[in-house]
Ligand binder design. Structure first.
Ligand code: PEP
Length: 256
């Protein structure tokens, strides 16, 4: 049984004060939730504040939105996995479509980062997903296969099991137009099938696959009721603590 994982990707939003208020409100609503894994992914500048505001609520984990693959050195403006671990960060989102499209990240770059994250015991959330044009051309499986095989190259079975995949169709991100539960389940089935080919059945069964793309309180439960949708990566709706808490509760309802 895979534990559902719901992550809040705040992107380039949230000051320290806003972050502290968000966590205070979330904890009032959810408490230190244990049946669903909750991850808050603030901008780097608010990571320490989020950890401080979480206090003893140690079941809620903190993530980062990016990192560089080198361990240390002359890489002005970059952050290493070790520096993130020093801030008690557990997860790192890698290969988000905004990084792929706006900052030119390739599968090879994503793969270097994924391997460096594992080396530092940081758990990667690896994003994959097709554009609308690729979907319209019937290339969803081809694109997912290329992204998965490239981004997850040379990982051990243990590392794969500790990797979270986020299926995020680019056309659904920030557009208000989510994939239907059937479209998402179809993509997740294919992702799990590809993981079987990359590793083996047992490994593929253990990997959690989140759906991301316009997840809201109104659509979260139906999406997460699908057999291969193991949680959500939430952008816009994660900026409001009440909406985010509703999405976490939708995941919890699927556990119960
Ligand atoms: C995201 O950026 O990962 C995302 C899924 O955004 P949104 O929920 O706003 O579509």
């Amino acid at each position: 049984m895979r534990k559902k994982i719901v992550a809040a990707n705040w992107k380039m939003n949230m000051t320290q004060a806003e972050s502290a208020r968000f966590i205070e409100s979330l904890l009032l609503d959810l408490g230190d939730i244990t049946d669903v894994e909750v991850v808050i992914v603030p901008p780097f500048t608010a990571i320490a504040k989020v950890t401080e505001a979480l206090g003893k609520a140690q079941n809620i984990k903190v993530g980062a939105q990016n990192m560089y693959w080198e361990r240390s050195g002359a890489f002005t403006g970059e952050i290493s996995a070790a520096l993130l671990r020093d801030l008690f960060v557990h997860y790192v989102v890698l290969g988000h479509s905004e990084r792929r499209i706006l900052f030119g990240e390739t599968d090879e770059i994503v793969n270097r980062k994924v391997r460096a994250a594992h080396e530092a015991t940081l758990r990667p959330i690896v994003c994959v997903g097709e554009t609308l044009e690729q979907r319209d051309r019937g290339n969803v499986e081809k694109i997912l296969s290329i992204q998965l095989r490239g981004s997850l190259k040379d990982l051990s079975e243990k590392e794969l099991q500790e990797t979270v995949i986020a299926y995020e169709p680019v056309w659904a991100i920030g557009t208000g137009r989510n994939a239907t539960p059937e479209q998402a389940q179809e993509a997740h089935t294919f992702i799990r099938h590809t993981l079987r080919e990359i590793a083996d059945d047992a490994t593929a069964e253990r990997v959690r696959i989140q759906y991301g793309g316009s997840v809201k309180p109104e659509n979260a439960r139906e999406l997460m009721s699908q057999p291969d949708i193991d949680g959500a990566l939430v952008g816009g709706a994660s900026l409001d603590p009440r909406s985010f808490a509703e999405i976490v509760k939708a995941a919890r309802a699927e556990v119960a």
